[in-house]
Design a binder for this molecule. Structure first.
Ligand code: ASP
Length: 369
């Protein structure tokens, strides 16, 4: 294993690059780039007992089996590994940039990331890397790799195997995914649902892409198909002029007005009840109408983890449709927020944004008939 530092032109950050020498030496079956951003997987307790992210070499020390895989592994490590609570658009852009720059040199990518915001980053990356034809597999752990009962080794080794899997010479999973606790899920369909069990992620509104047991069983019919003509269309702009508004009984009119009057606000992810229902009081509908008249986009998603917004199913959502609120169908909160940020960052025509919010960019929502 050897280290060197290098500076990435666009991101202006210094990364550390490591080659993990494969035991199989000559011509390993495939080559994977691991990008280590931080998270519990590489953490250790500091003097106060709190978990803090460490350098990647700790991970290799704790998982010597990495060297025995028939995979040529290169690692790019963030200079200061992060708890994912500190991840921002900048880290999404760095990840997108690294993958775009290295796209032709590797068969697949594994991103080690904290679980807290993994679903946001995976969703953001799926939008940034449209036309992707290679696996980008996010994983992490609930216990540090140094802990005896850690889930880190199994998650990492299986994520590497999935990222390098090919059938008839083409990648089996050419999309952005989260692999965790024996399940492979479409990244922009996931959400973190547990903090104290190994099964940390949920994926309610889309089937699981693969299950790992003695063998890895892929559910090929629900995996994005490999397109030999696809070209990676990398985009990296986001706008954070957005806010999440979660409805609850007896929300105050003055508070709602205050939120919708925030200067510069461009988009609201409105978390409604059940299948997209909201109060029908005149003051509430007037607030929404006035916001839309100011060109603020209101994106309706359900508060339920397995919810689907169906405008007009109840009278309490029919009015929203008439006012111009956009239905997010069965999109997750994480995919909705990042999608709105992405579209506001990359598109200037508000009508185009509104249309794109209704349709999937890359499998993040279901279009209902
Ligand atoms: N706080 C950690 C993080 O998201 C939790 C984890 O990695 O599981 O970075």
């Amino acid at each position: 294993m050897h280290w060197h530092c290098f500076k990435m032109a666009k991101t202006n950050r210094k990364y550390r690059i490591v080659d993990v020498i494969s035991a199989s030496q000559q011509d390993p079956g495939s080559s994977i780039l691991i990008i280590y951003t931080g998270g519990t997987i590489g953490m250790e307790h500091d003097a106060s007992g709190a978990l803090k992210a460490l350098n990647f070499n700790q991970i290799v020390k704790r998982a010597p089996s990495l060297k025995n895989l028939d995979i040529k592994i290169t690692v790019i490590s963030f200079p200061d590994p992060l708890d994912s609570s500190n991840v921002t658009v900048r880290e999404w852009q760095d990840l997108g940039y690294i993958i775009n720059e290295n796209h032709h040199h590797y068969d697949g990518f594994v991103i080690l990331h904290g679980t807290d915001t993994m679903s946001y980053t995976a969703s953001a990356l799926s939008y940034m890397l449209q036309g992707l034809n290679k696996p980008v597999i996010f994983t992490g752990a609930q216990l540090p790799i140094s802990a005896i009962r850690s889930d880190a080794r199994a998650n990492l080794v299986t994520a590497l195997e999935i990222a390098s899997s090919k059938k008839n010479g083409v990648p089996v999973v050419p999309e952005v995914c989260v692999y965790f606790d024996y399940q492979l899920m479409r990244g922009n369909r996931t959400f973190k649902k547990r903090s104290s069990q190994f099964a940390a992620f949920g994926c309610e509104n889309y089937p699981i892409l693969a299950k790992a047991g003695i063998t890895i069983n892929y559910n090929e019919s629900v995996i994005a198909p490999y397109d030999p003509d696809a070209k990676l269309n990398y985009k990296n702009k986001f706008s954070n002029d957005v806010i999440v508004l979660k409805l609850f009984p007896s929300l105050k009119e003055s508070y709602l007005r205050h939120i919708l009057d925030i200067p510069g606000l461009k988009g609201v992810i409105m978390e409604t009840y059940g299948s997209g229902n909201a109060p029908t009081g005149a003051w509430f509908l007037r607030c929404i109408e006035e916001a839309i008249a100011k060109n603020i986009i209101i994106y309706n998603i359900s508060q339920l983890t397995g919810g689907i917004v169906i405008h007009g199913r109840y009278e309490t959502s029919k009015y929203l449709d008439e006012l111009g609120v956009i239905s997010g169908s069965d999109i997750t909160r994480e995919a909705a927020i990042t999608k709105l940020m992405f579209l506001l960052g990359t598109e200037s025509n508000i009508e185009h944004i509104r249309q794109k919010l209704k349709a999937p960019l890359c499998g993040e929502l279901t279009v209902l008939n």
